[in-house]
Design a protein around this ligand. Sequence first.
Ligand code: NAP
Length: 372
Amino acid sequence: MSVGPIESLSRYHLLGQSGLRVSPLALGTMSFGTDFGWGMPEERAHSLLARYLEAGGNFIDTADGYTAGSSERIIGDYFARQGGRERSVIATKFTANASPGDPNAGGNGRKNIYRALEASLRRLKTDYVDLYWVHLWDGLTPVEEVMQTLTTLVREGKVRYLGLSDVPAWYFARAQTLAERHGWERVVALQLEYSLAERNIEREHIPAALSMGAAITPWSPLAGGLLTGKYTRQGNQPKGEGRAHALLQAVPLVAEKFLKDRPWALLDEVLAVAREVGRTPAQVALNWVATRPGVGSTLVGASSLTQLEDNLHALDFTLPAELSARLEKASRPELLHPYVFFESPFFTRGMVAGNTHVTAEPAWFRGPLQAP
Ligand SMILES: NC(=O)c1ccc[n+]([C@@H]2O[C@H](COP(=O)([O-])OP(=O)(O)OC[C@H]3O[C@@H](n4cnc5c(N)ncnc54)[C@H](OP(=O)(O)O)[C@@H]3O)[C@@H](O)[C@H]2O)c1
């Protein structure tokens, strides 16, 4: 097993329009603990944490809802024993209901935010969180209440920066605009599913993030393991062992998405590109997403030290433009209304530009959907 620093990990990025410096690969800890029926015991989780930090990583992502609080507890125990909390950027999330039958013990209302933060701080054994995420839009709480409460937490010194995970783009735009107007704390990052197998956020979220100063932190960048090549298709079933297999069995919606033809053709392209550059498919898939416009730090999941080592070297190389374009083409999302207008030369060059050439569009104007 490798030891020592990985140079590419300590080429830090500022997270959105903030002064927070984070590694381009963050350590995802959703699998720390065994309470969900998969995941890993504390000892292995601590060895992953130790290797990530030793390699030069500084950005750790957890949530109060992961493994029923075990993920936060395992991270808290690690830093309590080993030290180094101050050097790390610890991000956690709230929204998950902690007490069935109690509507105020979940969601994004003020009462739950305070309850959730106090519980997270206890489990993490720290007195502040570096980045506090709304885990999921609750569809209920007024956005003003969420943003004002989070702003107060920053001013009380319990939280350093704010982020939104799994929210509609319009909700982020409204939250950010209100924050700017009222002098509240701004949103510095959006956490959303993003990978070669899931590019829907390119339509709205990435252009919104680029234009309003937030960084994208992709989750499930390997589509739960699918993009590593460890699954093959057998009839209408994926074949292969691992966490994603359990997920595919348990969540019909996920299975339906992956069993369509396109992801398997995409996988063939990922495997071919990996062979051409002499890298693993996981490294190719991570490299591609981590270098897309708007991406600040990519959340890396791993269930063993070997997988982690593989993933942490994903930014040690540059994917040649021609190969990157091949992956882009194989994974390009379907063009839907109204985005079809923004991609069509008939409208952009003809109707808008009067058949002149208008170049140097800001990246956010049409988003990164357009082929290079
Ligand atoms: N905000 C949200 O709603 C949300 C949702 C999901 C995740 N997240 C965050 O994002 C992080 C990453 O998500 P994820 O775990 O789904 O990411 P992922 O990278 O898409 O999937 C990780 C899984 O892929 C497999 N894998 C990883 N590296 C591999 C390699 N080099 N070779 C072979 N297989 C490999 C492992 O599966 P096996 O265990 O089967 O070997 C591993 O558990 C989470 O830990 C969490 O912090 C956030």
